[in-house]
Design a protein around this ligand. Structure first.
Ligand SMILES: C[S@@+](CC[C@H](N)C(=O)[O-])C[C@H]1O[C@@H](n2cnc3c(N)ncnc32)[C@H](O)[C@@H]1O
Length: 304
C-alpha cells in the first residue's frame, strides 16, 4: 500500500495552536489524524505525562499514526469512526483537555486514484474513507433511484443541475454500469452546458462522498455526545471545509454558549465561544496551500 508519496499540509496551524492552548500534562484527542499534521503540533507542546489519543477511519492514516506512535509512548491509536469515541472511552471515564476535528478528506486520499475520491484522475468509484465497511459509490450510483440521486446532489452538493445530472446517470447506466470516476465525471460534465470556473463535477463528487461516508451524521452524532468528556477549561475545535458542516457547528456552538434564561435555568452558560466568527486562512496560506481557502476553524471552551 503506497501512502507515503502523498503529503498533507495541515491547515490553519498557528491559529489552531493558539486556540487549543495545550496544557503540557493534558489529555487530547485528534479525532481525524490524517497524516498527523495537527497531532504533531500538540505533541510538540505536551510534556512526557501528556497523552494524545488519535482516531481515523482510514487504514492508511492509521498506518502513519503507528509510525508516529512507535517512537512516542504518549500516543495511543484507534482505527474507528469518531462517532465511536464516547463509547470507546467510556470505560476509562477519563476527562479530556481538548479534542479537535479537521473534517473531510486528506490530500493523500484525494490524490490516490485507487480511492476514487477525485474526478481529476481515473480510478474505481469507491469513495469510502473506511474501506473495511459500507457500500461504495459504485454500488450506490448504479442502484439508487433517479430522485434520490438528484436529492443527494442538491442537498450535499448544492448542485443547481442535480435533476439533469441524475437523469443522465440513470440513462447511461441502463446500458452499462458506471464503474470509474472518469466515466462518472464525463456524464456529469456532459449534463451541464456552458463554461464554468470550477470543474462541473466538483459539487457532485463532494455530495456523493458526503453521502457514502455519512459525514453529516458522523458530525451530528459526535457534537451531541462529546461535550460531557471535556474537563473544566477543556476545548473543542472544529475545522470544516463545507458550508453545511460549518453551519451545523456554528449553530451547535451558539446554542451551547447561550445563557439559559428560563425559570429553571441557572443564568450562566456552561460553554464559552472561542470564535465569534470562524477563523479563515490568510492570503499567504491560501497561496501556499489552496486547500486552505475554504477552511473555517471554530472553537468552544467548557466552563464547568
Ligand atoms: C483533512 S484530514 C485530517 C488531516 C490532519 N489534520 C493532518 O494534519 O494531517 C481528515 C481525516 O479524517 C478522517 N476522517 C474523516 N471523517 C472521519 C470520521 N467520521 N471518523 C474518523 N476519521 C474520519 C479521514 O479519513 C482523514 O484521514
Amino acid at each position: 500500500m503506497n501512502f507515503t508519496n502523498h503529503l498533507h499540509v495541515p491547515v490553519l496551524s498557528s491559529e489552531f495552536e493558539n486556540l487549543l492552548n495545550v496544557r503540557p500534562g493534558g489529555v487530547y484527542i485528534d479525532a481525524t489524524f490524517g497524516r498527523g499534521g495537527h497531532s504533531k503540533i500538540v505533541l510538540s507542546k505536551l510534556s512526557s505525562t501528556g497523552r494524545l489519543l488519535v482516531f481515523d477511519r482510514d487504514v492508511c492514516a492509521i498506518s502513519c499514526a503507528k509510525n508516529l506512535a512507535n517512537n512516542d509512548s504518549r500516543v495511543e491509536i484507534f482505527h474507528s469512526e469518531f462517532s465511536e469515541i464516547p463509547s470507546i472511552l467510556s470505560a476509562s471515564r477519563k476527562k479530556i483537555d481538548g479534542i479537535f476535528f479537521d473534517l473531510g478528506v486528506s490530500s493523500p486520499q484525494l490524490e490516490n486514484s485507487s480511492r476514487g475520491f477525485s474526478f481529476k484522475c481515473d480510478g474505481p468509484l469507491d469513495m469510502r474513507m473506511n474501506q473495511e465497511k459500507g457500500r461504495t459509490a459504485e454500488d450506490w450510483i448504479n442502484s439508487a433511484p433517479e430522485k434520490e440521486i438528484a436529492d443527494v446532489l442538491w442537498r450535499f452538493g448544492e448542485e443547481r443541475f442535480s435533476r439533469k445530472i441524475a437523469k443522465k446517470i440513470v440513462y447511461y447506466r441502463k446500458d452499462k454500469a458506471i464503474k470509474t470516476t472518469g466515466v462518472l465525471a464525463d456524464i456529469i460534465r456532459s449534463s451541464i452546458k456552458g463554461s464554468y470556473k470550477i470543474d462541473p463535477a466538483t459539487r457532485s463528487f463532494q455530495a456523493i462522498r458526503i453521502l457514502i461516508n455519512e459525514e453529516l451524521l458522523e458530525l451530528e452524532s459526535i457534537l451531541a455526545s462529546v461535550l460531557c468528556m471535556l474537563k473544566k477549561g477543556g476545548r473543542l475545535l472544529v475545522i470544516s471545509f463545507h458550508s453545511i458542516e460549518d453551519r451545523l457547528v456554528k449553530h451547535h456552538f451558539r446554542d451551547l454558549s447561550k445563557v439559559d434564561t428560563s425559570l429553571s435555568g441557572k443564568g450562566s452558560p456552561d460553554y464559552r465561544l472561542l470564535t465569534k466568527k470562524p477563523i479563515r486562512a490568510t492570503r499567504e496560506e491560501i497561496q501556499a496551500n489552496r486547500r486552505s481557502r475554504s477552511a473555517r476553524l471554530r472553537g468552544l471552551e467548557c466552563l464547568v
